[in-house]
Design a protein around this ligand. Sequence first.
Ligand code: DGY
Length: 420
Amino acid sequence: KAQALEACRKILAENDQGGYTIPAKGLYPYQWNWDSALVSLGLAEMEEERAWEELDRLMSAQWEDGMVPHIVFHKPSSTYFPGPEIWGSPDKPRNTTGITQPPVAAISVRRLLEEAKDKALALAMARKLFPKLLAWHRWFYRARDPEGTGLVATIHPWETGMDNSPAWDEALARVPIDDIPPYVRRDLGHVDAKMRPQKAEYDRYLTLLYRFRALDYDEAKLYYETPFRVTDLCTNCILHKANEDLLWLAGATGACTDESEIRGWTARANVAFDTLFDVEAGLYRCKDQLTGQFLPAATSAGFLPLFAGVASGEKASAVARTLGRWLDDVAYGIPSCDPRDPQFEALRYWRGPVWLIVNWMVSEGLKRYGYGELAQRVERDSYELVKNGGIFEYYCPLTGMGAGGGCFSWTAAMCLAWLF
Ligand code: DGY
């Protein structure tokens, strides 16, 4: 155990670029939004000041309108595509992307403050970050729920963080592939192609990027003009939990804010989440906002309403039963897609592999609802995976083999903050 802890600390130290952490060398050479927020939980186990710096650097990239971008391009790198000159242009590269990612930051700020040894530092940092977090959440409701449904829209698979989840197959297939400039995928130079999204998906990821760029990432236009618009469970569950934590932070920091605004968001979402529950499947599902239909794939995001605390006791028990069945079907859980689904691919990124950050969120949710034994099972599987497979981006649910990027920051962070 001591050796494993040391290995995790070493990974975070080596991926530290001086105030921010990259997810993995070569494959992801910049600061990623939700990676960074989750990594701060691991950093806090090593050096609290450095954990706060991680969040501070991320929130410093916030746009004037409140959006916090999905990647911050601090330093040039030739190992990733699409980089700053694609999100901007070769003459005018941008220093961030123009889309966001699941808003984990407020969740991390609360946990860091609650567990801080240096309370004075923690309070000062939480006070500094609070208005930025609030502005980001406000942006979500203004830019991504202009019709006031209570749930926010996601307009690019990269925003969901679960890029090639089978949940997006139908909605993404309807995006026409534009006549985009030829490109070379750098990811395939780092990771086996059978573990990564396919060309048809990348062509559409880039089509969306170029369309958003042509609209100058104008929040008022993107929502109405994007050909891909979904209600993503991961984003909405994390936003809901983050709102709950923002409310807690308002009290703990004495922030001067109208709490009824945040309470309004959570109250409306609480009702709206019910529309995402699929009784037959015993699981929550994402929706295609452009057709109003459920997205049929059953994915691990369907368990996250427990993390958000929005499921009734009855729905939580159905979700726990479904999870138990999934776990029985694999050697190591939680697979990112129902192993019985035809779309399940054990090694391909978000179409089957196990991700420790999802396991952590689901296990927190299970404990919240009193499913301690199931939570322990998820924790045990996670522990076995890193013990036998090393610190990877994700793992094969059938063999436990580590896959994707190696020496991976958020997996190391989950070991430090959760498993060890
Ligand atoms: C990638 O490039 O694979 C990332 O997931 C985009 O955020």
